[in-house]
Design a protein. Structure first.
Length: 69
């Protein structure tokens, strides 16, 4: 494998990561606040979707691996 092949592999990996990030961001924008944390179900303030950053990160990780249509 030469330098050009490695560069092409890196570009493709970066492109796939960017698409996944955009997909996750779009999924996050589509979710509506329900009064409950979307990950653990605890009660949250009226406009919040998660109770803390850990729940948000876990939810995003799970939806990045299994995106919903």
């Amino acid at each position: 494998m030469d330098e050009v092949d490695r560069a092409n592999d890196l570009v493709e990996t970066m492109a796939q990561a960017a698409v996944a990030a955009i997909s996750t961001a779009a999924q996050t924008r589509r979710t509506k606040p329900t009064g409950l944390c979307l990950w653990c179900g605890h009660i949250v303030t009226a406009h919040a979707r998660w109770c803390d950053a850990e729940c948000r990160d876990e939810w995003e990780y799970a939806h990045e691996r299994n995106p919903q249509p």
